[in-house]
Design a protein around this ligand. Structure first.
Ligand code: SF4
Length: 457
């Protein structure tokens, strides 16, 4: 099993990895099929199913699908260019992706929200079709957006989750137990094993530059979030708060006025800044998803700015450790809110951040595994019930609280010797079972919980 650090941490756009980035990537894959096809298509159509339909408008799934069919991809997304393209598509009812002739596509009629039952493979399904001049379907593919921006075709999903077909990696751990055993026998840290796996696939230069870019985008996102205020889009009237809280925290510095727990506000403000940017459709890094994108950057920034002895040179160690844990969770359970509730998103992010912080603060592999377990255990059962289908309430504050739990989990773990009762593998399996048993109302459909109990929504 190998899930790259660049699959766990992907540069993309808000507000949702599964509902915005995934559909855009699915459209990109469909365009590749068309480019390789021996025939020329006349038009394209798309339908959104399950959670992609129920919370698609709030998550900008329709917009992402249209832009994806026009050739936009998350990594190089440019907001101004995208807005101009959308206007042109609305006016001309055509998309013009690179390498293909113009395709007929009217977003008003050729993009359909199917509010019936979800497709059989996953809660986030979409079907893309190409048609000829008579309107007959000449190519069709079903895609599933399985969380964190990952997209699988129906065939890939049916083939099983272990679809990595690359060369074997030096440390092919699939469980936390295997990871700890390999760390013991090799004498390497989790980050060192993860690094060896990454280098074996992509080389050290690609890894170092890529990880540096990931942190740069994360950190820029925090700074942008703390510099902006106003009302977030979507109609809920949610005010951006990160800037004001940050201004308060700066003003209180050195005055001995603030109580000790103010440090929690610093962790929260970094996370909220990221998630406000995400909610505004800005550039973020999935960590492991957009909805949970604030936790890992907030914990790194907290460590850099507030913990004596921190060092930027160790950020790769943090991110590689976090990616190793995120890979275990994704492989053995889920990082998708539509599949397993928010325990799979913010819970996974907190486990990743706790592991990363524990590692850079000198934790042993056993302590790192313990930190991840504590953080995940205390998110078990957490539902996904975003108000109005927007990645705003409870998501923005929740990332702040996730960061606080992650730091506490790392700290508790570092006070022990790594031995503990609940193995991380058992906790991940519990999360998988809990997600499986959870009512669909609480899995990113906005049909239950806060989404139906908050007045006037
Ligand atoms: S409640 Fe959690 S899982 Fe659901 S959209 Fe918000 S952050 Fe994602």
């Amino acid at each position: 099993m190998f899930l790259s650090v660049f699959e766990m941490f992907k540069v993309g756009i808000g507000p949702s990895s599964s509902h915005t980035m995934g559909p855009m990537m699915a459209a990109a894959r469909f365009l590749d099929l068309l480019r390789a096809a021996p025939f020329a298509a006349h038009g394209v159509k798309a339908s959104l199913h399950g959670s992609l339909a129920f919370t698609g408008v709030g998550h900008a799934t329709d917009r992402a699908t249209v832009l994806g069919l026009a050739g936009f991809v998350p990594d190089t997304y440019d907001h101004t260019h995208a807005e101009a393209a959308l206007e042109q598509i609305r006016d001309t009812c055509r998309v013009a992706p690179t390498g293909l002739p113009e395709l007929v596509f009217d977003p008003r009629t050729d993009l359909v929200f199917e509010f019936g039952a979800a497709l059989p493979g996953h809660a986030n399904g979409m079907i893309l079709k190409a048609t000829d001049a008579q309107g007959d379907v000449i190519l069709q593919e079903t895609y599933y957006s399985v969380g964190g921006g990952f997209v699988l075709t129906e065939g890939e999903l049916a083939a099983g989750k272990d679809t990595d077909e690359g060369a074997p990696v030096p440390y092919p751990f699939k469980t936390a137990t295997e990871m700890l055993e390999m760390a013991r026998t090799s004498g390497h840290s989790i980050a060192a094993m993860k690094r060896a796996n990454e280098v074996s696939r992509g080389g050290s230069d690609t890894l170092d530059k890529g990880v540096a870019r990931i942190w740069q985008v994360m950190n820029d996102c925090i700074d942008r979030g703390m510099a902006h205020d106003g009302i977030l889009p979507g109609g809920l009237g949610v005010k951006r708060r990160a800037r004001n809280i940050h201004d308060q925290l700066i003003a209180e510095r050195g005055m001995n006025l603030a109580p000790p727990h103010t440090i929690n506000d610093w962790m929260s403000v970094y996370a909220m800044a990221v998630n406000e940017e995400n909610a505004a459709g800005g550039q973020v890094v999935t960590a492991p998803t957009n909805g949970a994108a604030g936790v890992v950057p907030a914990v790194i920034r907290y460590w850099l700015d507030h913990v004596p002895g921190s060092s930027r040179a160790r950020i790769p160690e943090f991110l590689l450790t976090a990616a190793a844990i995120g890979g275990l969770v994704k492989y053995n359970a889920s990082i998708s809110g539509a599949e397993a509730g928010c325990q799979a998103e913010v819970g996974s992010a907190a486990a990743m951040a706790a592991a990363g912080l524990c590692a850079v603060m000198g934790g042993t592999p056993e302590q790192v595994e313990n930190a991840a377990e504590i953080a995940l255990e205390h998110h078990l059962g957490m539902t996904c019930d975003p108000v109005k289908g927007l990645v705003q309430v409870p998501c923005i504050e929740r990332n702040g609280l996730g960061a606080i739990k992650a730091v506490s989990a790392a700290s508790l773990s570092l006070r022990g010797d790594g031995t503990h009762l609940v193995p991380l593998d058992a906790c991940i399996e519990t999360m998988r079972q809990t997600g499986h048993d959870m009512s669909e109302k609480y899995k990113e459909t906005s049909l239950g919980g806060l989404a139906v109990n908050v007045p006037n929504c």
